[in-house]
Design a protein around this ligand. Structure first.
Ligand code: DX5
Ligand code: ZN
Length: 230
């Protein structure tokens, strides 16, 4: 089946200047970002620590597009309302973060957000088979979560399997980790439509030289759209 999907580029502010998030967010949006990807890490589910609800609420004031919040935390459920209040549009929880992901996705939607579910590289597509009607987005990790700048792990087969399972449901397939103009087209050809990119967007640029962000975003988008029409 040949189907042209709209490609969305979601820069991860994990690669931004942590002392200047407001200007960094405005810079990537001015330079063509479709969504802003926010990586929340707890130093427990993943071996790194970033920020929590008050910081995410502060980011919200600068986001004019879509705030896509990726929780790499366990447990998730006690924090759902705090991220709703912080203004997340999409809240993504890992299927590996606890025994009750079904309940978690219901609670995320119940709190008024779009619900995402993320899969680590070692987790099979079938882990979300019974969640497809509860989710708006499936995030396929193409690195082991925790850090930006890691080497891409090819999950094409998983993405193809997910697209077949999703059928005609309105579910985004997002790819997170190691996305650049070489790797992004592989994942789009397999069925992805949202591409998270940290280092490949921010490399070489700054808030004082934001045109580099724009060039980096356009390079990923052009490569990805070449695969989307195939
Ligand atoms: C990894 C995060 C990613 C990360 C991607 O744990 O979930 O969003 O920032 O960074 P790059 O694009 O540098 O692999
Ligand atoms: Zn992420």
């Amino acid at each position: 089946m040949s189907m042209r999907r709209k490609i969305r580029i979601a820069p991860s502010i994990l690669s931004a200047d942590f002392a200047d998030f407001g200007r960094e967010i405005r810079a990537i949006e001015d330079q063509g970002a479709d969504w802003v990807h926010v990586d929340v890490m707890d130093g427990h589910f993943v071996p790194n620590l970033t920020f929590g609800p008050p910081a995410v609420a502060a980011f919200r004031k600068h986001v004019r597009t879509v705030m896509d919040v990726h929780l790499m935390i366990a447990p998730v459920d006690p924090w759902i309302d705090a991220y709703a209040r912080a203004g997340a549009d999409i809240l993504t929880a890992h299927v590996e973060a606890g025994p009750h992901i079904h309940r978690t996705l219901q609670a995320i939607r119940g709190a008024g957000m779009k619900a995402g579910v993320a899969l680590n590289p070692g987790t099979p597509a079938e882990a979300v088979e019974h969640l497809l009607d509860l989710t708006d987005l499936i995030c396929v990790m193409t690195v082991n979560p925790g850090f930006g700048g890691q080497k891409f792990i090819d999950m094409s087969a998983k993405v193809r399997r997910l697209r077949a399972m999703i059928g005609d449901r309105p579910v985004h397939v997002e790819i997170d980790g190691g996305m650049d103009p070489v790797t992004a087209p592989l994942m789009v050809a397999a069925g992805a439509d949202v591409l998270v990119a940290g280092s490949a967007v921010f490399k070489g640029g700054s808030v004082d030289n934001p045109g580099v962000y724009g060039a980096n975003i356009r390079a990923i988008r052009a490569a990805a759209e070449g695969a989307a029409g195939a």
